[in-house]
Design a protein around this ligand. Sequence first.
Ligand code: RB5
Length: 147
Amino acid sequence: MPSVIIGADHAGYTLKESIKPLLEALGYNITDAGPHNEASVDYPDYGNQVAQAVASGNYDCGILICGTGLGMSMVANRYPEIRAALCNDLFSAIMSRRHNDANILVLGGRVVGITLAEEIVRAWATTPFDGGRHSDRLNKFCRCRDA
Ligand code: RB5
């Protein structure tokens, strides 16, 4: 059973709760890093928690949700092992798996509605990595500072 760890802030809390039944239906073992209510919180606290958990190999993938998805993306992508993809549209969600092997999906809870978010999550969770030349490109990520 694949494992996913999900986290949000107050602006992503409602969407986080809404996608849980879909993740269960898709066969995921879900860990909810929180928050567990709509009280105002700081998105880096949850972004760090989810990114560290995925980076350590304890989970197959992660999902992060804040208002726009921007803050969570910025936090998660500070970890070398993380390829977090902000996908507020279906095409990006599919391509983030096929070409980028994204291991964290980021959504904007104030950008997408629940129906689109569900389609994005379904596509992201079921689309495999293409590998091949895309693996070669991912292997160059570690050279960013040398370029
Ligand atoms: C919270 O108001 C908002 O700043 C946060 O959810 C996120 O959009 C930050 O990038």
